[in-house]
Design a protein around this ligand. Structure first.
Ligand code: FAD
Length: 556
C-alpha cells in the first residue's frame, strides 16, 4: 500500500478515525502513561502548544471547534480511537477543543513520545499519519480553525495571504468584501480603512489589519517551537523541492535539521498546477500536493521548519556558521545547504509593480485561475513553466495569448507540452512579441503589446498577465561567502576550480560534489550553477547533499 493512498469515500471515515487493535494499543502503552478522565474535562483547546496525544482505553470524548455561535462538532472518539491531526507532527498550535464526554482511562503521550513511536513502528506510523492527514483535509474542507480572512479580490495582499494559508495547509474562512456587504458594513463600523484590508481575525488572539505574512505566521504560532540557541547539524535555506528533499533525508538519517523558508514551502514547484514528468506520478501532481507530502514526510522524521522568515546573510567568518534572519536573530549550524532556487526576472515595464497581485501574477495555481475565469489572459514566456501555465489556464479562461520574446518555444520545453499548446484552439501563440504597456486603476485593465518584427503595437482589454520568463538565482544574501559563476549561480565541486573568478575563495581541500567554495556549505537545485532546472534533479541533489553533509560533519 502506498504511503498516501487515495481512500474511497466509503473507507475515508474509517481511515480518518481508525480503531486500534488490542495488539496495537499494547505497542503504544510503553510510550505513555494512563490518565483517569471525567466528563467535561478539557484536554486541549485551540491555541495550545505541546498538546499531548491520547488513545482512549475506555470512556469517550468530543472534538469541537468553538465559535461565536457555539461549538461546531468536528468528531467523536470512542474506545480504541486516538486524538490528533497534523499539528501533532508539526508542533504548531492546536486548532480544536477536545472535551471528555464519558469518564474513562486514556493513554497520554507527549508529542515527542508520539514522534519517536512513529519513527520506530512502521505500522502505527502509517495508521497515525494517514488519520492526521485526512483529519486536516476535513478541517480545510469545512474551514475549521477559527481563522477568518476578510479581503478583496482586487487586493494583492489578500491574494498573498490566501496563498500563504493554502500553501501551508491551514484551514480558514474567507470573506470576500466585494461580495459580502454585511461584513463591509461591520468593517466600516470599526473604522477600518481600505488600506487596512485584508483584516485577519486570528483565532482568539486578536484582529490584525493588513498583516505581513511574518505577522500572520507568528500569530498562528508556526515558528513558536524553534530554539535559536541550539547549534544544529545542518540548516537548509529554502523549502523548494531541493530543500525539502534534503530535509527528508537529513531528518530520516538522524541529523538535527532546520529548514528556513521566506514564504511558503514548495518553491517554484508550488506555483505549478501540474507536474507531469516527475517519476512515479503518471497522471501528474500539483506542486502544492508534492510540497505538502514532502513537509509531512520531513516533519514525521523530526525536521523543524521555520516559515515566513527570510535569511538575509550568511555569517561565514568561522565555523559553525551563522544564518542571519530578517528580524536580526541568527541561527547556528555546523553545515549549511543553500536551496534558495531562482525567481522570474521582471520585464522592464514601468508600472509593473502597481499591478503585481492585481492582474500580474508569477504563478498559475487554482487560486489565480479562479480570478480570471472566462476572461482572456496573457502568459509571457516560452519555457516549460509558461507552457504549463498556458495549458492549465486554457481550461478555465476564454483565451490565452502566449507571448514569446524569441522566434520559437524554448529548446528545453517538453515535447508533450509543445504538442498540447499547438493543438489547443484556446491558446494563441505570438512569437517576437513583448508587452510594452500596462494600464488600469486599482486592477489591471488593459495590456499593450508590440510585434517586434513589424513594430506594430496593439492594446487589448485584458485584466490578467502571467509572467514566467527567465529566472535569476536567489544568491544576493550570500555576499562574498561563496564563489558564483558569471550569472550569479553558485559554483560547486570541481566547477569551482574551473569557473571561479575569485581565487581567494578557493578552499584548501578540494570541495566535494555539491560543496561550495566554503567547506561544509552545499548548494542544491536551481540555485546551483549547471543544475538542470527540473523538480527531479532538485530532489536528487537535495538527497545527495545529505550524504556529503555526513562526511563534512565527520571531518569536524
Ligand atoms: C510554474 C512552474 C512550473 C514548473 N513545472 C515543472 C515541471 O512540470 N517539471 C519539472 O521538472 N520542473 C518544473 N518546474 C521547475 C521546478 O519547479 C524547479 O526546477 C524546482 O522548483 C527547483 O527547486 P529548488 O528547490 O531548487 O528551488 P525553488 O523551487 O526555487 O525553491 C527555492 C525556495 O527557497 C526560498 N528562498 C529563497 N531565498 C530565500 C532566503 N533568502 N531565505 C529563505 N528562503 C529563501 C524560496 O521562497 C523558495 O521557496 C516548474 C517551475 C515553475 C515556476
Amino acid at each position: 500500500m502506498s504511503a498516501f493512498p487515495v481512500p474511497s469515500m466509503l473507507d475515508a471515515r474509517t481511515q480518518a478515525f481508525p480503531i486500534l487493535t488490542p495488539a496495537q494499543i499494547a505497542r503504544v502503552k510503553p510510550s505513555g502513561k494512563s490518565r483517569r478522565v471525567e466528563p467535561g474535562e478539557v484536554l486541549f483547546a485551540p491555541g495550545d502548544t505541546s498538546v499531548p496525544f491520547f488513545v482512549l482505553l475506555s470512556g469517550a470524548m468530543e472534538i469541537v471547534q468553538p465559535s461565536l455561535s457555539g461549538d461546531v462538532p468536528v468528531a467523536k472518539h470512542d474506545p480504541g480511537e486516538f486524538t490528533g491531526e497534523m499539528t501533532m507532527i508539526s508542533g504548531h498550535r492546536c486548532l480544536v477543543l477536545g472535551r471528555v464526554t464519558q469518564s474513562g482511562d486514556f493513554l497520554e503521550l507527549t508529542g515527542d513520545a508520539l514522534r519517536s513511536l512513529i519513527a520506530r513502528d512502521a505500522e502505527l506510523s502509517e495508521i497515525f499519519m494517514r488519520a492526521f492527514i485526512l483529519r486536516r483535509l476535513e478541517l480545510i474542507k469545512h474551514h475549521l480553525s477559527g481563522l477568518v480572512l476578510m479581503g478583496s479580490r482586487y487586493s494583492a495582499k489578500t491574494l498573498q495571504l490566501r496563498e500563504f494559508l493554502t500553501r501551508n495547509g491551514f484551514p480558514y474562512v474567507y470573506v470576500d468584501l466585494d461580495l459580502d456587504r454585511t461584513s463591509q458594513d461591520l468593517l466600516d463600523r470599526f473604522s477600518i480603512q481600505p488600506e487596512e484590508v485584508p483584516v485577519v481575525i486570528c483565532s482568539n488572539r486578536g484582529v490584525m489589519r493588513n498583516p505581513s505574512i511574518q505577522k500572520l505566521a507568528d500569530c498562528l504560532g508556526f515558528n513558536a517551537l524553534v530554539d535559536d540557541t541550539q547549534i544544529r547539524d545542518v540548516i537548509i535555506v529554502g523549502a523548494g523541492p531541493s530543500g525539502l528533499a534534503a530535509a527528508v533525508y537529513a531528518a530520516s538519517e538522524g541529523l538535527d535539521v532546520l529548514v528556513i523558508e521566506t514564504e511558503s514551502p514548495g518553491g517554484q514547484a508550488g506555483s505549478s498546477s501540474k507536474i507531469e514528468n516527475y517519476l512515479g506520478f503518471p497522471t501528474g501532481l500539483s506542486g502544492q500536493e508534492l510540497a505538502t507530502r514532502a513537509i509531512t514526510q520531513a516533519e514525521k522524521f523530526g525536521a523543524k521548519m521555520m516559515i515566513a522568515r527570510n535569511v538575509v546573510r550568511l555569517d561565514c567568518a568561522k565555523r559553525p556558521y551563522k544564518v542571519v534572519l530578517d528580524d536580526g536573530r541568527s541561527l547556528t549550524a555546523k553545515a549549511v545547504i543553500i536551496a534558495t532556487g531562482a525567481q522570474y526576472n521582471k520585464p522592464r515595464i514601468p508600472n509593473l509593480h502597481q499591478f503585481e497581485g492585481q492582474g500580474v501574477y508569477y504563478g498559475a495555481t487554482f487560486m489565480e485561475s479562479q480570478l480570471c475565469e472566462k476572461e482572456d489572459v496573457v502568459v509571457i514566456g516560452g519555457g516549460n513553466s509558461a507552457g504549463q501555465a498556458a495549458v492549465y489556464l486554457s481550461q478555465t479562461s476564454r483565451k490565452v495569448y502566449m507571448l514569446v520574446r524569441s522566434g520559437q518555444l524554448s529548446d528545453t520545453m517538453s515535447r508533450y507540452l509543445i504538442q498540447r499548446i499547438e493543438q489547443n484552439p484556446a491558446i494563441e501563440l505570438r512569437y517576437k512579441t513583448e508587452i510594452v504597456g500596462l494600464d488600469g486603476g486599482k486592477h489591471l485593465e488593459r495590456v499593450t503589446w508590440q510585434d517586434k518584427t513589424t513594430g506594430e503595437t496593439s492594446t487589448h482589454d485584458i485584466r490578467h498577465v502571467f509572467i514566467m520568463a527567465g529566472a535569476s538565482p536567489r544568491t544576493d544574501w550570500l555576499q562574498d561567502c561563496v564563489a558564483l559563476d558569471g550569472k550569479g549561480f553558485i559554483l560547486t565541486g570541481r566547477d569551482i576550480l574551473v569557473g571561479t573568478e575569485r581565487a581567494a575563495t578557493l578552499p584548501v581541500t578540494p570541495p566535494q560534489m555539491l560543496e561550495t567554495s566554503l567547506p561544509g556549505v552545499f548548494a542544491v537545485g536551481d540555485v546551483r550553477s549547471g543544475n538542470v532546472k527540473r523538480v527531479a534533479s532538485a530532489v536528487g541533489e537535495g538527497a545527495i547533499a545529505i550524504h556529503m553533509v555526513h562526511r563534512a560533519l565527520a571531518e569536524l
